[in-house]
Design a protein around this ligand. Structure first.
Ligand code: KIV
Ligand code: NA
Length: 265
């Protein structure tokens, strides 16, 4: 099978085709999502929330991200695999950022990394790209800065923040990023940014004009039904389906209906 590369994503944008991206954190789901024909799997630091049960993305460590990413890579035969650099693994200086990015590439077999932020992390972005590692940017609502923002509300509604975002997007493109995630910003702003950049934008809660879309797998499959922001389309209610199946199993066990004779040796 031919592997999707960063060049494939650029071709998709150039020809006006949309890019599909979903998160995954383990081998089995990565296999299902890859087999469905997804373009990109993101091993997001949202693993901190949906896999580990933390309230924010801050606690997840580089070692934990590497464990998730290496599992995903073993299940993803065709798609591009992008891995988040977690909080603390790049913000302090570009030496640390480069070392973290190299660890992810060496120890997981993933194809690219993603970091949050614009101008403030640009030295790190440049050095990682210079080392031959493709970088995806991430602007707008950047969850590693949640305590700076104070809420998960829409970002860049005011002109000053919108202008900073537009300028950051250009700086990241200029530094050589192959793509950019735009999270929870007004659709009109995402449209302007997507049209002004030659690299593809991938939106989440950023409207229909981005060059691609991303959702967190657990949210779109309805594993967690309490998290229901406006931007989320739930394609399945796995919560109901899994609890239904497990209740049935419990019932069968309690009543002695499982296993049957044909299920025994
Ligand atoms: O960690 C994550 O899942 C992400 C996406 C929501 C873009 O960064
Ligand atoms: Na993330």
């Amino acid at each position: 099978i031919k592997r999707i590369t960063t060049a494939t994503l650029q071709k998709l944008k150039n020809s006006g085709q949309k890019i599909s991206m979903l998160t995954a954190y383990d081998f089995s789901f990565a296999r299902l999502i890859d087999a469905s024909g997804i373009d990109v799997i993101l091993v997001g630091d949202s693993a901190s929330n949906v896999m580990a049960g933390h309230e924010t993305t801050l606690p997840i460590t580089l070692d934990q991200m590497i464990y998730h990413a290496s599992s995903v890579v073993r299940g993803a035969k065709r798609c591009l695999v992008v891995v988040d650099l977690p909080f603390g693994a790049y913000q302090s200086n570009s030496d640390i950022a480069l070392a973290s990015a190299i660890r992810i590439m060496k120890e997981t077999g993933a194809h690219a990394i993603k970091l949050e932020g614009g101008e403030e992390i640009i030295d790190s972005v440049k050095r990682i790209i210079s080392a031959g590692i493709p970088v995806m940017g991430h602007l707008g609502l950047t969850p590693q800065s949640i305590y700076k923002f104070g809420s998960y509300n829409v970002r860049a509604k005011e002109e000053a923040e919108a202008n900073k975002l537009k300028s950051d997007a250009l700086i990241l493109q200029e530094a050589g990023c192959f793509s950019l995630v735009l999270e929870k910003i007004p659709a009109a702003l995402a449209k302007v940014v997507s049209q002004s950049l030659h690299i593809p934008t991938i939106g989440i809660g950023a409207g229909p004009h981005c060059d691609g879309q991303v959702l967190v797998m657990h949210d779109m499959l309805g594993i967690n039904t309490e998290f229901r922001p406006r931007f989320l389309r739930q394609y399945l209610n796995l919560y109901e389906q899994v609890t239904g199946a497990v209740k049935q199993y419990i019932d069968d066990v309690k009543k002695g209906g499982f296993p049957s004779e044909s299920e025994s040796y």
